[in-house]
Design a protein around this ligand. Structure first.
Ligand SMILES: [Zn+2]
Length: 428
């Protein structure tokens, strides 16, 4: 019997198992992996032995601040404080067109790098919610190109800026998927805890996610991670809450960290580490020896906690670099978290795929499982000119082909370098 597919992708090497397989696609879904004889399709695509991975998930990015670095001024000190100050004045000048233009350009480059699932923070400090409305508009417009979640982010706090609580509520009504908090930036520890209670209560009643900017500081006495975990348990939001950054955890003493890691696991709270921004933001006020600017990626993972890696800022007042390539975050994490072992590099790839998908609570909408594709899942995957995870992270090249629901949505040609004599130089 001949099994009909809409498309067969031939000769793809699966990143998880390393096996070369043909992939049958029907109605935008993975219908068969390793085709039985007699399988047929009117169309085939030869992957030519390229490495096939599940799509990248960017679980923490700021589309509203992206591409504003240097506009109107550069962050010369490089500190978070100066970045917040510059953004506070820049956001006064936001217009729908300005946000749409920058956010759309950013989305397009993310898709080119293989990001098909994305969670964006949007600052809701503006009374008109200009940025939020523009990003929600873009979410609709890009619905057939990538899955986007929008988080209402109160950059200036909730207790110290009470209007933000109202705006977060309004944002949920307008279609935001979740709310946030910045407890370590509130005036007191008690205010920080209160801000988290407000965010979790709002998410619970609105059926929304919580994505907290948690302990993004080198202050080891910043202990809001325990509050997030305990609120996730109390409010029934297990598995629907994430704590981004969690830098203070790097400074916790061992007995306390062990307690916290177990509590975070029980709460099914995801840790979203942002190694690029935190490598430049953290440790600024340390004397030598300096901290490494990263949360305990390896130790949380070893404790059974879901860890995602995110690229975070792209050319913003907070970070003047950034390409949007999730492999940059994995590369930085390999260094900062001391994860250069071969199995550890594969684990880092897992944190920009499945780890991100769990942090975003994507469930069945995500196509990957154990590093490979899941039959019945959306036919969304990436094809790389690389042997394995180690080479992907080393080279950080864009995928040659990005498939979403069985269609190619982006294609990148390999870079060629020529010597003056005209001979091509193999760079790897
Ligand atoms: Zn961020």
């Amino acid at each position: 019997m001949t099994i009909p597919y809409d498309l067969i992708v031939k000769n793809a090497r699966l990143a998880g198992s390393g096996e070369k397989k043909d992939i049958g696609i029907k109605e935008g879904k993975i219908a068969g992996i390793g085709m039985p004889p007699g399988s047929a399709s009117t169309r085939t695509f030869d992957a030519e032995g390229r490495l096939l991975t599940a799509p990248f998930v960017e679980a923490h990015v700021h589309l509203d601040t992206a591409l504003t670095a240097g506009n109107p001024v550069w962050n010369e000190s490089g500190t978070l404080t100066e970045g917040i100050g510059i953004w506070a004045s820049r956001k006064q000048a936001l217009t729908r067109e300005d946000v749409l233009d920058r956010a759309e350009r950013t989305l397009r480059l993310l898709i080119g790098y293989g990001v098909l699932y994305l969670r964006t923070m949007v600052d809701i400090g503006d009374p008109k919610l200009t940025a939020l409305k523009a990003i929600l508009e873009l979410k609709e417009r890009y619905r057939d190109k990538l899955d986007m979640q929008v988080i209402a982010f109160p950059q200036d706090g909730i207790v110290s800026c009470p209007a933000n609580a109202e705006r977060m509520k309004e944002a949920l009504k307008l279609g935001a998927d979740g709310v946030s908090a910045v407890p370590h930036l509130e005036r007191t520890r008690e205010d920080g805890t209160r801000s988290l209670q407000i965010a979790f209560d709002m998410a619970k009643s609105g059926g929304a996610f919580v994505h907290v900017f948690c302990d993004e500081t080198d202050d080891g006495s910043s202990r809001f991670l325990e509050v997030c975990a305990s609120l996730a348990i109390e409010t029934g939001l297990k598995g629907r809450a994430a704590a981004a950054h969690a830098n203070a955890a790097a400074y916790y003493n061992e007995p306390y960290f062990r307690k916290i890691a177990a509590l975070v696991k029980e709460a099914e709270l995801s840790i979203v580490a942002c190694p690029l921004i935190n490598s430049v933001m953290q440790g600024r006020y340390d004397a030598y020896p300096k901290g490494r600017g990263i949360t305990r990626i390896k130790e949380f993972r070893d404790a059974g906690v879901n860890v995602a890696l995110a690229h975070d800022d792209i050319l913003s007042p907070f970070y003047p670099l950034g390409t949007g390539n999730p492999l940059d975050a994995a590369h930085m994490a390999a260094h900062l978290a001391h994860m250069s072992g071969r199995a550890e590099l594969s684990a880092l790839l897992g944190m920009i795929t499945e780890g991100g998908a769990s942090a975003m609570n994507l469930g069945e909408r995500y196509s990957g499982k154990d590093g490979d594709l899941r039959p019945g899942a959306p036919a969304s995957f990436l094809l790389f000119d690389a042997r394995d995870a180690q080479e992907m992270i080393r080279l950080r090249a864009a995928p040659r082909f990005v498939f979403r629901n069985g269609r190619i949505v982006a294609e990148t040609s390999p870079v060629r370098t020529l010597l003056p004599a005209g001979n091509e130089v193999p760079l790897h």
